[in-house]
Ligand binder design. Structure first.
Ligand code: HEC
Length: 244
């Protein structure tokens, strides 16, 4: 969403300050930028800016980076901080297009290659775990929600949130942003190729679906190898409600 680095945002905000506050003087921009940037960085006295002259994006960046309206130190699922989370990685950059635009073939290939390179396989190969555990994870949206009460991961593990986008089984109702996975193992079988495909999709779906809406649950560290094995068992095990 925010493609500027924090440093670029500071520079952009200071230019806006010049435009809004100092436009009467004809001071050279480079000379004026220094004191203005310092004033903007001082947390005690927020600089006066003209919100009405800012684009929505510049305003958002101002409020986040300058006015400290967001907890940039907050931990995120990538094991990093809120500030890092506002900086796009290569896949996000390639996929951040204006509405209606198609990803180019070149970007698609780049995204798929980056995604494939991000995948780490478990020692001893891809195995199915416990489908009952997987069912809990697939139907849990707990974890990494940020607001006034960020989720406490010491009390409960983060889930895979699959149900929000997929219909998974006939005993409960799931979402429809992604395709229905009902009957997944029964219909497709549990061949080695099928297990690898499914593991890859859960770990980093951009490997097959460049710029998909599906989150990169393995690559960003939300789900570990064991949790993925459990969720895969839920999809493949003949006893699982997915295949009933
Ligand atoms: C935010 C929505 C979203 C979430 C959450 C999500 N998915 Fe998906 N998933 C999708 C979409 C959309 C696709 C279709 C790929 C595309 O075309 O973008 C997909 C595709 C898939 C596929 C491939 C389907 C096929 O027919 O081959 C599998 C398997 C899958 N998801 C499993 C899961 C599992 C397991 C979880 C939870 C760990 C999950 N998904 C979470 C949106 C989501």
């Amino acid at each position: 969403m925010f493609n500027k680095t924090p440093i670029a945002a500071v520079a952009a905000a200071s230019l806006l300050l010049i435009a809004g506050g100092c436009s009467a003087t004809n001071a050279g921009k480079t000379e004026a930028a220094k004191p203005m940037a310092m004033a903007a960085a001082a947390p005690a006295a927020p600089a006066k800016v003209d919100y009405t002259k800012m684009s929505a994006k510049d305003l958002a960046e101002y409020l986040i980076f300058e006015a400290e309206g967001y907890d940039l130190k907050q931990a995120t699922q990538e094991g990093t901080s809120g500030r890092d989370r506002l900086v796009q990685d290569e896949i996000q950059k390639a996929c951040s297009l204006m509405k209606g635009q198609e990803v180019s073939d070149k970007d698609r290939e780049k995204v798929m290659a980056l995604a494939a390179a991000s995948i780490k396989y478990p020692e001893g190969g891809i195995k199915l775990g416990d489908w009952k555990k997987g069912r809990e994870l697939a139907w849990s949206g707990f974890g990494y929600r940020t607001a006034h009460n960020p989720d406490d991961h010491s009390k409960r593990e983060a889930g895979g949130n699959c149900y929000n986008c997929h219909q998974l089984a006939t005993d409960r109702t799931g979402g429809d942003i992604g395709p229905s996975l009902t009957g997944y193992g029964k219909n497709r079988g549990a061949s080695e190729d099928m297990l690898k495909y499914t593991y890859d999709v859960i770990y980093n779906p951009h490997t097959y679906f460049a710029c998909t809406n599906m989150p990169r649950m393995g690559a960003v560290g939300v789900l570990n190898h064991k949790q993925i094995a459990d969720i895969m068992a839920y999809l493949f095990d003949p006893a699982s409600p997915v295949n009933k």
